[in-house]
Design a protein around this ligand. Sequence first.
Ligand SMILES: [Zn+2]
Length: 233
Amino acid sequence: MAPAKPRADRWLWYASRTHRGVPLNPATYPSIIFDGQPRPFPDWVCKAPDGGLHVNHRVGRIDVEVAESPSSRIEFSWTHDYGVKIVARSWLSEIEDLIDPNRIFVGEVRRSGRSLDRWATIHEQYAPPLLSSDGRGKVCPICGDCYMTLWGRLYFPDPRVVGLPLIVNRNGVFVRDDLARERNLRRPSGAFKPTRVRFSRTTPPPVYRDGALPKGGSNGPSLKSIVRLFTKR
Ligand SMILES: [Zn+2]
């Protein structure tokens, strides 16, 4: 029997399990009031018309200034605020060859102006969003960042993800399943046991079709328009 053809449309999803991110150093950034509190406002952050602050979807490399070093026991963390992925170089070296430098950028983690060489940020410009069958989503009309609560079946709707060896978005780092298995990729400390997510052309459930998305804080784009946005860039 012929060996099964490797599937290029599924990925192992690595997400941080730590509750406590690495704090940005507020002294090194301009400040903005959000929810009555001052927050650092780096130039890689976008402010949506509804006030929501998030990593600008258009930026590439992100260097961060942190107030304290990441825990040496955790290889997979994030910045508080904004959830920029921080990975230990020890784990990054296992997937670094999968990085397409035109899409995915590795940046510095700095403290007191000095680079912490055991750590790096990893960020994808115009990252494809992970969607869910029963979640609610919104898209920033300024930068196109897609935020969605994950509930139900998870999938990548953008057909251009097929074949990508590595994806990095707000939800985590995704390594193509066949490649992860080939290299026996280990789970970084501080990450959940990876689950598998796939590309799917599935039509969104009716509640998310045009005009039916809940209004409110969001500007109300439907899942269909979200998908359109990411497939006609
Ligand atoms: Zn934005």
